[in-house]
Design a protein around this ligand. Structure first.
Ligand SMILES: Nc1ncnc2c1ncn2[C@@H]1O[C@H](COP(=O)(O)OP(=O)(O)O)[C@@H](O)[C@H]1O
Ligand SMILES: [Mg+2]
Length: 255
């Protein structure tokens, strides 16, 4: 199943999500389609309650759609069994949640190392990577602090480092700079762009931060269950979501 070719491109099609049933049911979107190309940086914006987190969770295989499919490299991931799906997430996806879900009984460094320990990587290597990421995120003085001893913004950066430590192919983040002051936020945004440009890290980021959104190749706005290419003002361009060519936008594209 999850070999290199399965993580080149994400294609969600016919995506429908309904919570509840009967008169109290809430339909967030129906028949939605999105293509995320390898090496792309995509922002998803929209009002609170529009369904952004739900959509991101489905793309990240953490929630199942009511209808439709999510294909990674052409493979329908929701047909895989739970173990294969968990392995795929661990190895190929880096997820930053709106509420970070760090483990309070461990320190910052241990939290960042955790995906590597789960993947049974050599301890020295994973530790070196975790330290390097935490340093890039301005946290080298907080390695041994437990999560509860860190500020909200520091916790958020630990969560970002944890999502990046296994060098995922796809980085999915839900308001990653929501808790950060503008200077720390900018540092994180610059790191993400660098990882994208230097290592081809594909990213889908839900954000309210206009600076971060402006650094992405595309911004999609989720309104009334539809994705619109921000700024096009044309609701029929939902498909849109599909760019003509990433190479054109990035001037050469990732390796
Ligand atoms: N597990 C759930 N059960 C029922 N309704 C839910 C559930 N999760 C989210 N919703 C509803 O779906 C809507 C969209 O939620 P969400 O995806 O979190 O929006 P956003 O991230 O854009 O603010 C909200 O109205 C929310 O109440
Ligand atoms: Mg949300």
């Amino acid at each position: 199943m999850s070999n290199e070719s399965t993580v080149i491109e994400v294609h969600a099609l016919g995506l429908t999500k309904v919570f509840g049933s009967g008169v109290r049911s809430v339909e967030l979107f129906r028949d939605m389609e999105i293509v995320i190309r390898r090496g792309e940086r995509v922002a998803i914006v929209g009002a609170s309650g529009a369904g952004k987190s739900t959509l991101l969770n489905i793309l990240g295989t953490l929630d199942r759609p009511t209808g439709g499919k999510v294909l990674y490299g052409g493979q329908d991931v929701f047909l895989w069994n739970a173990d294969d799906l968990a392995h795929f997430r661990n190895r190929h996806l880096g997820f930053v949640f709106q509420f970070h879900y760090l483990m309070p009984e461990f320190n910052a460094l241990e939290n960042v190392m955790m995906p590597g320990l789960i993947a049974r990587m050599p301890g020295g290597e994973i530790r070196a990577r975790a330290e390097e990421l935490l340093e890039k995120l301005g946290l080298s003085h907080r390695l041994k602090h437990r999560i509860g001893e860190l500020s909200g913004g520091e916790q958020q950066r630990v969560a970002v480092a944890r999502a990046l430590v296994l060098q995922p192919k796809l980085f999915l983040a839900d308001e990653p700079s929501g808790n950060l002051d503008s200077r720390t936020g900018r540092r994180l945004h610059e790191l993400l762009v660098t990882l994208n440009e230097d290592m081809g890290l594909t990213m889908v980021i839900v954000t309210h931060n206009t600076e971060l959104a402006s650094m992405m190749h595309r911004t999609l706005r989720l309104v009334d269950g539809r994705l619109r290419l921000e700024g096009s003002g044309d609701p029929d361009r939902t498909r849109a979501a599909e760019p003509a060519s990433v190479e054109e936008q990035t001037g050469g594209g990732p390796g």
